[in-house]
Design a protein around this ligand. Structure first.
Ligand code: NAD
Ligand code: ZN
Length: 250
């Protein structure tokens, strides 16, 4: 792919970068997206049952089994897209990754300023007292039944994944950090997101209106393409290393 020279100039001259990522950035690590691909998770599972508080409280074993089936607690590895993003960071004054992903692949790749607006799969959280425990303390490979659900060591109540389900508030601290990064950014990457859930639409719209350069990386068009100055059509694991080369060669 040829990167337009006008975009290469913007990449080199930007100082504060806001990267907004979705499930697509982890696709090349073997994790399925929720929408937009043939093997997307919501083609096979009902989000109302598997990813809402109502679904969880009416049948927690079913939701824990869903988390196991989609490899929520997986040992996936960062792909060249995550790694290129981590290596871009030192070239800028600030480089904030705001991710909808609950995997930990940005952190594992070495990115240091990662804001997880939908929670994280390396923790589980008590539904009563809020105590958090490492997910790695538990075995998520077996079949869950009402008799073997993970329970809080502190108070005995049910544990739940420490992720944001449909209809739940986004974590306040994460939104505050994302807002601060949004105010200062002069370059925004929108990577691997359909833009159909929460904040995304607002982030891209705000950055575009404020005069930042918005670059979308996605094999398909999305609801955010409208706000993009550049749409780079292809997998992020292939395109992001090309953008890193622009910085390395400058
Ligand atoms: P989405 O599933 O709605 O959209 C994925 C997007 O990625 C699509 O537009 C698709 O065209 C694009 N895509 C597919 N392959 C790609 C590639 N190789 N490179 C770049 N883009 C590619 O994802 P979303 O917008 O993040 O929203 C869904 C919600 O699902 C999020 O809230 C997120 O928390 C959650 N989710 C997370 C993970 C994860 O943590 N890895 C996985 C699935 C879903
Ligand atoms: Zn508890």
């Amino acid at each position: 792919m040829n990167i337009p020279s006008s975009l290469a100039d913007k990449i080199k001259s930007a100082r504060n970068v806001f990267v907004f990522t979705g499930a697509g950035v982890s696709k090349e690590s073997g994790l399925s997206t929720f929408r937009g691909d043939d093997d997307s998770i919501w083609n096979k599972y009902d989000p109302e049952i598997n990813a809402t508080p109502e679904g969880f409280y009416s049948n927690p074993a079913l939701v824990w089994n869903f988390c196991r089936d989609i490899n929520l607690f997986t040992h996936a590895k960062p792909n060249p897209g995550h790694i290129a993003l981590a290596q871009m960071e030192p070239y800028y004054d600030t480089f904030t990754i705001v991710t909808q992903n609950v995997d930990c692949l940005h952190e594992q790749a070495g990115s240091t300023d990662v804001v997880k607006i939908h929670g994280t799969c390396d923790l589980i959280r008590c539904t009563k007292c809020g105590h958090r425990a490492p997910a790695s303390n538990f075995d998520f490979t077996h079949e869950f039944t009402p008799d073997n659900l993970p329970k809080c060591e502190k108070c005995g109540a049910l544990y739940r994944p420490d992720i944001v389900w449909f209809g739940e508030y986004l974590p306040e601290e994460a939104i505050n950090r994302a807002s601060a990064a949004l105010q200062r950014c002069d370059l925004m990457y929108v990577i691997g997101t359909s833009g159909e859930v929460s904040g995304g639409y607002g982030f891209a719209q705000h950055a575009s209106a404020a005069g930042a350069t918005v670059v979308e990386i996605n094999p398909k068009r999305s609801s955010l393409t409208y706000f993009a100055d550049y749409h780079l059509a292809g997998p992020s694991g292939e395109i992001l290393p090309l953008l890193l080369d622009i910085l390395k060669n400058s």
